[in-house]
Design a protein around this ligand. Structure first.
Ligand SMILES: Cc1cc2nc3c(=O)[nH]c(=O)nc-3n(C[C@H](O)[C@H](O)[C@H](O)COP(=O)(O)O)c2cc1C
Length: 338
């Protein structure tokens, strides 16, 4: 294996050449993107999302085919799940754990991981637990997390809503201090707004062992996101990214409290963001507009689920190029004197 340019405890434990993990983004992190990240030396987490066992099996198979020749890259593949959804149906997780070669890493986000941690660890799979507050960390430790991932409110996709969410810049060092005193062998990733080398360098300076990257890799060539949506992200500034329940209600994806969803603030969002209760009680008009938007490929009505890092996305590049340039740039910045 090539020695890592930016060695950390995370690169060492997971056999990586850069301290970057692909976020397990539902409907975006498929086998091609996970494999591209693993081949580039990062951790490639498939977006197992809402837990469709056949989709996960097929995409993991695709990823394995794409890295057949590289034993190190194979061990860099993993899968993420939405924990509250597992509480309703855990068949996808069980199928993976019972398979001949369970993935080396599983990540759980959004819910209580303690029911699943022991089963995951019992087959030798490493566990990453994504949290949004300091108060959730003890639960992740009880679940047996090898890695805690601290997700700030800047993050794209789902996260903790409104007044309860934390900024990455303070959440990461606070959790770093907590882990240093309570569980020093547990690693820490930073998530939320890490979209270039500056963000990666900052994450390491804040006390993380690496970064989980979502939005920037969502807008990569290999991501399953629609090209039209990726182009919206390239043209957006971080000012346009907004957190709300609007698109979950419109798409009829009922997330439990305290979570909501971050996406670009388009015309359909603007129309409903001040009328959440009315949208909840009768979403039919908004749903019809959204469906019409889907048919027309009209992003004033369809959502683009990127975080505040949108303003740092300048092009739809291959994942390997994104990872290489983030790593090189972070390395240069760490070498700066003073
Ligand atoms: C389009 C999209 C979908 C996501 N889906 C999931 C998911 O299914 N499971 C999960 O754990 N996190 C998901 N996330 C959140 C990521 O794990 C991560 O916290 C976030 O992307 C980091 O912030 P960033 O987008 O600024 O890089 C998603 C993020 C995005 C942008």
């Amino acid at each position: 294996m090539t020695p890592p340019l930016l060695p950390t405890r995370f690169t060492e434990l997971f056999g990586l050449t850069t301290p970057i993990a692909l976020a397990p983004m539902a409907m975006a992190s498929g086998g091609s993107l996970a494999a591209a990240c693993a081949n580039a030396g990062a951790l490639g987490l498939l977006g197992g999302g809402y837990g469709d066992p056949d989709w996960i099996e097929a995409e993991l198979g695709r990823a394995s085919d794409l890295i057949r020749t590289d034993p190190f890259a194979r061990s860099r593949l993993g899968c993420g799940f939405i924990t509250w959804k597992l509480d309703q149906d855990r068949r996808a997780l069980d199928r993976l754990l019972e398979s001949e070669a369970p993935p080396r890493t599983i990540m759980l986000s959004f819910g209580d991981p303690r029911r699943y941690g022991p089963d995951i660890r019992s087959v030798g799979t490493r566990l990453i637990c994504q949290v949004q507050t300091l108060a959730q960390v003890p639960m992740a430790l009880e679940a047996g997390a090898d890695v805690v991932c601290a997700q700030g409110g800047e993050a794209g996709g789902h996260g903790v809503s409104g007044s309860q969410n934390r900024g990455t810049f303070t959440l990461v060092p606070e959790i770093a201090d907590f882990l240093a005193s309570q569980s020093p062998d547990t690693l820490l990733l930073a998530a939320g707004g890490v979209a270039d080398g500056r963000g990666l360098a900052a994450a390491l300076m804040l006390g993380a062992d690496g970064a989980l990257v979502g939005s920037r890799l969502w807008a990569s060539a290999e991501s399953l996101a629609a090209d039209g949506a990726k182009r919206q992200a390239v043209g957006a500034s971080g000012d346009m990214s907004v957190r709300s329940p609007v698109f979950d209600i419109i798409r009829d994806i009922p997330w439990p409290a305290p979570y909501d969803f971050r996406a670009l603030r388009n015309a359909l969002h603007v129309k409903w963001e001040g009328r959440i209760e009315a949208l909840k009680s009768d979403p039919s008009e908004a749903r019809a507009e959204y469906q019409a938007g889907l048919k027309a490929g009209d992003y004033s009505r369809i959502h683009t689920p990127v975080g505040e890092g949108a303003g740092l996305i300048r092009a739809i590049d291959p994942a390997a190029d994104i990872i290489r340039s983030m790593t090189q740039d972070a390395l240069e910045r760490r070498r700066l004197p003073g």
